[in-house]
Design a protein. Structure first.
Length: 77
C-alpha cells in the first residue's frame, strides 16, 4: 500500500514533485505471521519435534550451546 503525502510548506501543489509517496508495509500480516511462527515453534518444542542438535530458530539456543555440542561430539569420537 502506498500513501501520497503533500510536502510541507508549498504554495502550489500542481507539480507531482511536490508530493511524496510513502510505501506502508502490511504490519498486521507481519505481526500475525510472527505470532503464528512463535506458537508453532513453542508447540514443536513442547512435543520435542526438533532434534537436540538443531540450533537455528529455536529459543534459548546460542553460540555457546553450539560450541558445547561440537565439543561433546569431538570428545565422543
Amino acid at each position: 500500500m502506498t500513501v501520497v503525502l503533500k510536502k510541507p510548506q508549498k504554495l502550489d501543489y500542481i507539480s507531482l514533485k511536490l508530493y511524496r509517496p510513502i510505501a506502508l508495509p502490511n504490519t498486521i500480516l507481519k505481526a500475525l505471521a510472527t505470532i503464528v511462527a512463535r506458537r508453532m515453534s513453542n508447540k514443536a518444542e513442547e512435543r520435542r519435534l526438533f532434534l537436540e542438535t538443531r540450533i537455528g530458530g529455536r529459543p534459548k539456543r546460542s553460540t555457546l550451546i553450539t560450541l558445547q555440542l561440537i565439543t561433546e561430539q569431538f570428545k565422543t569420537v
